[in-house]
Structures are given as structure tokens and as C-alpha cells.
Design a protein around this ligand. Structure first.
Ligand SMILES: C[S@@+](CC[C@H](N)C(=O)[O-])C[C@H]1O[C@@H](n2cnc3c(N)ncnc32)[C@H](O)[C@@H]1O
Length: 352
């Protein structure tokens, strides 16, 4: 086991421009980047990881993660898997403030090893052991949560929680007096429709796919709209990404957005909700009253949303391959009247 040596998540890179752009590869995208057109997102088999994917990697806070050969990316920030879950997901979705509620519902998109779910359960029950928690996790590859258990990733967590995560990884369902957790295995792009139809509406949504260039189909306008339809009117969605394309998708879904404090890097994350005061566009939907003021976007972040980096990923029928989604965006960017992102970047590098 060693410290994560290379290939951090895109937005962990120390180079601020990359973090802010959210575009790992400047145009044109290298030809060899594209996934084969036969790449079948609906087939878990095509995405099955080999043993090398499950060699635990130590992060800076002492917690463990994996590195995905398939996506060429770490599952967590090298600054700390455990802390990332807490600061990037539990805190921004106000679960600490909401923990006194009798019931809380969470939607964990890209469950992975289960850190975000684990950190949320732990914090809520620390504050209010009587809170009834309902969780739905969406994950493509069942081997990921199982490998986390096999490698004792949660060794130092409380034993009740470890048991919950163990049963969830194996049986995909845990039901106790105070918890109902379901792990749905499959492509989140399909499974989210079932979640919506089931009328499950989350107080908090954790959106944690691999970064947009690796997993564009989970950052499209259409997918994010479906996710946001599973959010309670006063719920909050959090993600580590500050990519302008992702923020555009959130805004187009009618959400207001705010900036969450950077975790171990320069770039912030994003928090979004309907019934909150935050950065909005013509699409934003406010219900009866604004309950909460989201942390404001800086001037530079606002201007970033007026550049070509803000051209969103699109997947009109929710069936396109990652390479087609990337190509479609590249073409739209080339035809765009928006300011080139490089100009915006130079302007802000001069100022800072
Ligand atoms: C960055 S990791 C998530 C880490 C996780 N939240 C945790 O706390 O451990 C991304 C996860 O998304 C999963 N994934 C990739 N493509 C997916 C898809 N189309 N649908 C659902 N999950 C997917 C990967 O298997 C991986 O576990």
C-alpha cells in the first residue's frame, strides 16, 4: 500500500486553470482519448475492474481509497477520502443542521466504496441517534463496495456502521428500526428513472462520478435534470466539481448554485438547491420562500460561466456513448460566441 502516486482526479490538479476550467483536455481532445465506440455503458462486464483496481491507496488523512485503471483516476482526493466525504458532501448539504429531523433521505450517486453514505450516517446519528435515515445508493460496479469491505477500508469506523456497509455491499439492502438503505447496481443514467418513479425525494444528494472528461454521461444537462427531480424542494445537492459545464447543467435544471470551500486544493466544489438564495439564471425555480443563502460565487467564478467552458455536456436521449457526448460538446464549443476560456484564465491569473 502506498500514497496515491499519480493521476489524481482532474480537479485535484495543482494547476489552477485546469481546476477552474473543468476541462482536462484542451481542444482538440486527443484522438486516443476517446473510448471505443463499442464501449457499452449498460454492461457492467465491460467495466469490470481487475485486481489492480482494488489495491488500497493511502490518502493524506490516513483513510484508504482505490485507483481505477478503467477510468484512470483515483476514487478520492489524495488529500483524504474520509475528510472529502465530510467536507465536500455532509457539510454543504447541511446534514448537521438537519440531523434533528425525525427522517432524512439521502441519494448517493456513484456510491463507490461508500464513504459519502458512511460519513453522512455517522454524523447524523452522532447528533440524533433517533433520526430515521433512508438511503439510496447508485453504483455501476458491485465489486467496488465489496472490495472496500474485503480490504477493511472502514476498519476504524464504528462497528455498527461497518456492519451496515458490509450488508449493503453484499445484500444491497439493509433494513433496521432506524435505517433503510438500498444499493442499486447498474448505470445511474438508467436507474435514476426508477428512483424518480418510486417517489423517493432526497434531502441531500451526493453527486460523485469520476470527472467530466472521464464520465461525461453523468454530468449532462439531461442526467442532472433527472437527479434534481429527485431532490426535495428544500433539499441540497453537493458535488466536488466546479466545472463550468457542470454548473451550467445545474442551473439549467432550475437550481440555484453556490460555491463550497475548497478541500485540499484551490478549486471549490458546488452546492445547489431549489428553495435557496444563490447564483441563479432565468431557469432557476424558487418555491414559496428562500430558506437558506448559499455561499456566493466569486466574480471570477461568475465570469467563468460566461466562457466556452460553460458549454454543457448533452445527451438528449440519455443513451449516447461518452465519446459522442464529448465530441458533441467540442463541436458546440467551436461554434460558440462565448469568450474563450483561455482569455478568462489569463485575465484572472493577472489579477490574482
Ligand atoms: C469517484 S468514484 C465515487 C466514490 C464514492 N462516492 C465513495 O465515497 O467511495 C465514482 C464511482 O462511480 C462509479 N460509476 C462509474 N460509472 C457509473 C455509472 N454509469 N453509473 C453508476 N456508477 C458509476 C464507479 O464504479 C465508481 O465507484
Amino acid at each position: 500500500m502506498g500514497l496515491i502516486p499519480h493521476q489524481p482526479r482532474v480537479e485535484d490538479t495543482p494547476h489552477a486553470a485546469r481546476e477552474w476550467d473543468g476541462d482536462l483536455y484542451p481542444n482538440p481532445i486527443p484522438a486516443n482519448f476517446y473510448l471505443p465506440s463499442s464501449f457499452d455503458l449498460n454492461s457492467i462486464k465491460s467495466l469490470q475492474m481487475n485486481d489492480r483496481d482494488f489495491i488500497p491507496q493511502l490518502t493524506a488523512d490516513g483513510s484508504l481509497t482505490f485507483f481505477s485503471q478503467e477510468f484512470n483516476q483515483s476514487f478520492h482526493s489524495s488529500y483524504g477520502a474520509k475528510q472529502e466525504s465530510y467536507f465536500q458532501y455532509v457539510v454543504p448539504t447541511l446534514l448537521i443542521e438537519k440531523a434533528l429531523s425525525p427522517v432524512l433521505r439521502l441519494l448517493d450517486v456513484c456510491y463507490g466504496l461508500g464513504y459519502n453514505t458512511a460519513a453522512a450516517i455517522q454524523k447524523i446519528w452522532e447528533i440524533n441517534p433517533n433520526c430515521y435515515i433512508e438511503i439510496i445508493g447508485l453504483e455501476l460496479n458491485p465489486m467496488v463496495p465489496q472490495a472496500a469491505i474485503k480490504h477493511n477500508v472502514f476498519e476504524n469506523w464504528n462497528t455498527e456502521l461497518i456492519e451496515i456497509l458490509r450488508i449493503l455491499a453484499i445484500d444491497r439492502q439493509v433494513q433496521t428500526e432506524s435505517l433503510k438503505a438500498t444499493l442499486i447496481i447498474g448505470n445511474a443514467r438508467d436507474k435514476i428513472k426508477d428512483v424518480y418513479k418510486s417517489c423517493f425525494r432526497a434531502d441531500a444528494i451526493f453527486l460523485d462520478p469520476f470527472s467530466p472528461p472521464q464520465c461525461p454521461h453523468l454530468w449532462t444537462i439531461e442526467f442532472i435534470k433527472l437527479i434534481s427531480q429527485c431532490l426535495q424542494h428544500d433539499g441540497l445537492l453537493a458535488t466536488y466539481s466546479c466545472a463550468a459545464a457542470v454548473r451550467t447543467a445545474l442551473l439549467t435544471a432550475g437550481l440555484s448554485i453556490g460555491s463550497t470551500p475548497p478541500f485540499g486544493r484551490k478549486a471549490p466544489g458546488t452546492v445547489a438547491g431549489f428553495n435557496v438564495k444563490g447564483y441563479t439564471t432565468k431557469y432557476s425555480t424558487n418555491f414559496n420562500s428562500c430558506l437558506y443563502q448559499l455561499p456566493a460565487l466569486s466574480q471570477s467564478e461568475k465570469e467563468h460561466l460566461q466562457t466556452r467552458a460553460a458549454v454543457p455536456y448533452r445527451d438528449p436521449k440519455l443513451i449516447d456513448s461518452p465519446s459522442l457526448i464529448l465530441k458533441r460538446r467540442e463541436i458546440e464549443q467551436q461554434a460558440s460566441d462565448l469568450e474563450p476560456t483561455s482569455r478568462w484564465r489569463k485575465r484572472w491569473l493577472r489579477i490574482s
